[in-house]
Write a protein that binds this ligand. Structure first.
Ligand code: B12
Length: 211
């Protein structure tokens, strides 16, 4: 078993301290940061995503694995920057105005980050202007909207409309998610797509950007 295999296993098992230690060791052994990212962290998270889809693990295990990945990524990030590894795309993600639920949104953000995307986290209760700003001034390629309440779902459409009004709708792909929404709702409000969970969100965003 190589150090990369051990790292992958640590993330899959959600052992943050193991993941941290293995990333450090892999760097000491001379592995390039992008190899550690792709063959260790990203590979582990896509494994976890698949296990979730297959019903082998559930939300808590996925969250714990995502946290382990996140910790390991904090060590790796400066090395990735130094190596000039470019993110595969930039995603601005937020829970729409009026809505304070953030567990699902965080999970989606972590899985996307674990898959090589740069994340602009706009937080909870995010007004449309924040999404517009992320596209206009921060170079977001994708806007990802989360809502958990039937009463805040309409605020997703408000964001789509605000992006249109600001003249940037064509520059960006929009994906929505959260328990009360579905593909039909995405179509209805003029979003580009919907995903039911974090691992399919990664697949959908990749598909949208062709990466
Ligand atoms: C935890 C929780 C809370 C916590 C939130 C804490 C936090 N930091 O997030 C607290 C206690 C604060 C809370 C408050 C409220 N809540 Co609440 N809450 C929940 C609960 C139990 C779990 C939500 C959750 O975290 N699930 C786990 C995550 C992992 O799943 P998820 O959010 O669905 O996310 C996944 C997918 O949906 C998807 N996804 C999510 N976002 C996105 C985004 C994109 C772009 C994509 C692609 C995918 C995606 O991927 C995620 C990962 O797989 C749900 C019940 C439930 N079973 O869903 C009720 C629930 C959502 N809450 C509800 C209600 C009513 C409220 C309150 C109004 C209660 C009150 N009277 O005060 C307030 C509203 C506050 C507000 N303004 O937002 C209702 C909503 C009913 C409705 N039809 O609108 C629910 C359904 C409970 C119920 N059965 O009544 N809540």
């Amino acid at each position: 078993m190589t150090i990369i295999d051990e790292l992958r296993e640590g993330v899959i098992q959600g052992q943050a301290n193991v993941a941290l230690e293995k990333v450090k060791k892999a760097l000491e052994e001379g592995y390039a940061a992008d190899v550690i990212l792709n063959e260790g962290l990203i590979s582990a998270m896509s494994n976890v995503g698949q296990m979730y889809e297959d019903g082998v693990v559930f939300v808590p295990e996925m969250l714990i694995a995502a946290r382990a990945m996140d910790k390991a990524l904090q060590i790796l990030r400066p090395y990735l920057v130094a190596q000039g590894v470019k993110p595969v795309g930039k995603v601005a993600i937020g829970t729409v105005k009026g809505d304070l639920h953030d567990i699902g949104k965080k999970l989606v953000a972590m899985m996307l980050e674990g898959s090589g995307f740069e994340i602009i986290d706009l937080g909870i209760d995010a007004p449309p202007e924040k999404f517009v700003d992320a596209v206009q001034n921060k170079g977001a390629d994708v806007v990802a909207l989360s809502a958990l309440l039937t009463t805040t779902m309409p605020n997703m459409k408000t964001v789509v409309d605000a992006l249109k009004q600001a003249g940037v709708r064509d520059k960006v792909r929009i994906i929505i998610g959260g328990a009360p929404v579905n593909q039909a709702y995405a179509d209805q409000i003029g979003a580009d797509g919907y995903a039911p969970d974090a691992s399919s969100a990664v697949r959908k965003v990749r598909e949208m950007l062709g990466v």
